[in-house]
Design a binder for this molecule. Structure first.
Ligand SMILES: Nc1nc2c(c(=O)[nH]1)N[C@H]1C(S)=C(S)[C@@H](COP(=O)(O)O)O[C@H]1N2
Ligand SMILES: [Mo]
Length: 456
């Protein structure tokens, strides 16, 4: 048993096709996923359990999914890709035409900016990801530069923005995001149609998605249909308000003024320990410590492990598989001298000399968590499984059901542990996005959420 987190609200779908209960008419049931941690069934937000870090390439059935909206059902024959804006010739591509361009393949990690959000203290609003909103896949497609060059990028172009076939839920702003022109023209930035040697699954962006190696997942737009070249920075919600982090470290819990925030871009050097897992009891004798490490395109040069709470460190063996943007597996053998309680840690270094920090930079939206992992294990004694305290789901009052469940499931609510101020902010945002809340019910809804899903 290697797939458990000792955390709240674990909901593991075992060896089963996730026949999700997504009742919304537009929702498409996800492709086969195996043993995922379901953070939200509708829309689809699935996390890879820790044993996913034991293999170099993450199989599609174990690859995390992060969708703000329901998975669109795109018919490939009707699908077109439009290139417009600051270009000399706007172009429309079919999938067949696109596939005539040179095929490029690369292995890259994709990691959600919010991966590890649940470890931030104080807690922040958002999906409470643990370790596994990340995966390492082989992507194949065409260079975005080739497509842009066919259209002819005009002088003065600054940014390239992408829109996909997904439709916003309620009055939520459409998921449109951009990357600077230089990153768009980088030869490793792709429009991918294949993932691990097969056509993209619907939940991963079929028929075409953006691949921005070294950058967090929010730039990897799925189901892309429209590419626009701009001569200015795009100011849509998902660029100007969401996916921003402070320009320099801030005190935990601080309110950061907007002008001190910048868009999330590159990943940060990071390792995770996949085995043993926190809370595990291991037999005395030889213990294998295993995990994976990655950065933003600067290959990992070293992973060190500690078995004594960070007092001493030694080098782990690095796996034989490697790629510029891929993750690197590591593994170390540990023979504990005596039974007891131990804290195992890991620390990665990349070719830029960036070293994984002991403490991650807290930020208001909980992005880019990359602190050195700490895994407490017991050596000897009765084997026990990690305890998972999943609180019983309370009966939701009609007002809450009506306000929330038209768009998403109750799991996404139960995953949060927020203060009153945070719940107020979240409910206000949802009202703005069209949640049906009568003014006289607002206070009752917030009180209910604080009572049952409040910060402890
Ligand atoms: N069109 C569209 N693209 C999207 C998203 C989305 O909601 N809509 N989610 C983004 C985010 S936040 C992440 S982390 C990655 C997740 O990709 P995956 O679901 O294939 O793992 O897709 C990105 N691309
Ligand atoms: Mo993400």
């Amino acid at each position: 048993m290697r797939n458990g987190y000792p955390d709240r609200n674990r909901n593991t779908a075992r060896r089963a096709i996730l026949r999700l209960l997504a009742a919304a008419p537009a929702a498409l049931v996800s492709a086969e996923k195996r043993d995922m941690i379901v953070r939200s069934a509708k829309p689809e937000d699935f996390e890879m359990p820790p044993d996913g870090f034991l293999t170099w390439i993450t199989p599609v059935e174990r690859f995390y999914v992060r969708s703000h909206v329901y998975t669109p059902n795109v018919a490939p024959e009707q699908w077109r890709l439009t290139i417009s804006g600051r270009v000399s010739t706007p172009v429309k591509w079919t999938l067949q035409e696109l596939k005539q361009l040179p095929r490029v393949e690369l292995v890259s990690v994709m990691e959600c900016a919010g991966n590890g959000r649940s470890f931030h203290d104080p807690r922040v609003i958002g999906l409470q990801w643990s370790l596994g909103a990340v995966g390492n896949a082989r992507w194949a497609g065409v260079r975005l530069a080739d497509v842009l060059n066919k259209a002819g990028v005009n002088a003065g172009a600054k940014e390239v923005i992408f829109n996909g076939a997904d439709v916003p839920i309620g009055k939520m702003p459409d998921f449109i995001r951009g990357i600077p022109l230089a990153k768009a023209l980088h030869p490793d930035t792709l429009l991918a149609y294949d993932m691990n040697g097969a056509a993209l699954e619907p939940s991963h962006g079929f028929p075409l998605r953006v691949v921005v190696p070294g950058w967090a997942g929010d730039s990897w737009i799925k189901w892309v249909t429209d590419i626009q070249v701009l001569d200015h920075e795009f100011d849509g919600f998902w660029m100007k308000t969401a996916y921003r982090r402070p320009v320099r470290p801030v005190a935990p819990g601080a309110a950061v003024p907007p002008e001190q925030m910048e868009p999330v871009t590159n990943l940060r050097v990071k390792s995770v320990i996949a085995s043993p897992v926190s809370g595990e009891t291991v037999a005395p004798g030889s213990v294998r410590i295993q995990g994976a490490a990655w950065s933003d395109g600067a290959p990992i040069t070293r992973v060190e492990v500690s078995t004594d709470s960070g007092r001493t460190w030694r080098a782990a063996r690095l796996g034989s598989d490697s790629a510029k943007y891929g993750w690197r597996l590591f593994d170390a053998t540990w023979i504990p001298k005596q039974p007891g309680s131990y804290v195992l840690m890991a620390k990665a270094t990349d070719t830029n000399g960036d070293i994984q920090p002991m403490v991650a930079d807290w930020n208001p939206s909980g992005y880019s968590y990359n602190a050195c992992p700490q895994v407490r294990v017991e050596v000897g004694g009765e084997p026990r499984k990690p305890v998972s305290k999943t609180p019983a789901m309370p009966q939701l009052p009609a007002t809450v059901k009506q306000a929330c469940l038209g768009c998403h499931g109750e799991d996404i609510i139960a995953g949060q542990r927020l203060t009153r101020a945070q719940w107020e902010r979240d409910v206000q945002k949802m009202i703005g996005w069209g949640a049906p809340v009568r003014p006289e019910d607002r206070e009752g809804i917030i009180s209910f959420l604080v009572r049952h899903f409040g910060a402890q």
